[in-house]
Design a binder for this molecule. Structure first.
Ligand code: HEM
Length: 157
């Protein structure tokens, strides 16, 4: 396998980890929340925070570095509509994701200390509100990756 295909393979595997872990942890977090069982919430939130560090953090770094490498290899202009859209959506994802991790850590601590149900409810609402734009951004990123719409159009006209 040539180095281009290898890096592209890593890029796609990393995308699967990023998207799959994101959806998976969100599902279990929501299910634990809806169960109303504090023990289930405590164990799940602890594991979700762990999954953020083990899977999502490295996947984000790998995604950006391999993505940039592929972009340079394909000589895609950095001023193309495609590239600007990809970087902007990636930034939206990151801007939503950083507070999501902080919220998960705060929820974990609230449950571990056995209190603050009102704070917990408010944090869960913010957590959902941030998850929606992150999810939509990643879906649009997949479309941009596959179709490469805007690669040949420059934002500078
Ligand atoms: C800084 C962010 C990113 C950059 C610069 C980037 C760049 C690229 C480039 C240049 C390709 C084309 C490779 C080729 O056609 O040979 C590609 C493919 C791909 N990217 Fe990204 N990418 C980024 C983030 C992402 C994200 C966040 C995802 C999804 C979670 C993703 C998923 C994919 C997939 C599935 C392909 C394969 C598409 C195909 O072969 O048709 N990428 N990426």
């Amino acid at each position: 396998m040539d180095s281009y295909s290898l890096i592209k393979l890593i890029h796609i595997i990393s995308a699967s980890i990023l998207f799959g872990t994101g959806i998976g942890t969100a599902f279990f977090m929501l299910r634990a929340h809806l169960s109303g069982n504090p023990e289930a919430m405590a164990v799940t939130t602890r594991n979700v925070v762990l999954a953020d560090w083990i899977f999502i953090t490295p996947a984000v770094v790998i995604q950006a570095t391999t993505g940039l490498w592929l972009t340079f290899q394909l000589s895609i202009p950095l001023g193309s509509v495609w590239f600007i859209a990809v970087v902007s959506l990636f930034a939206v994802m990151g801007i939503c994701w950083i507070p999501v991790v902080q919220i998960q850590i705060r929820i974990r601590n609230i449950i571990a200390n056995g209190g603050g149900m009102a704070d917990y409810q408010k944090l869960m609402q913010t957590w959902v509100a941030l998850g929606v734009p992150a999810f939509i951004s990643i879906l649009i990123l997949y479309v941009l990756m596959v179709t490469k719409i805007g690669v040949g159009t420059s934002v500078f006209g």
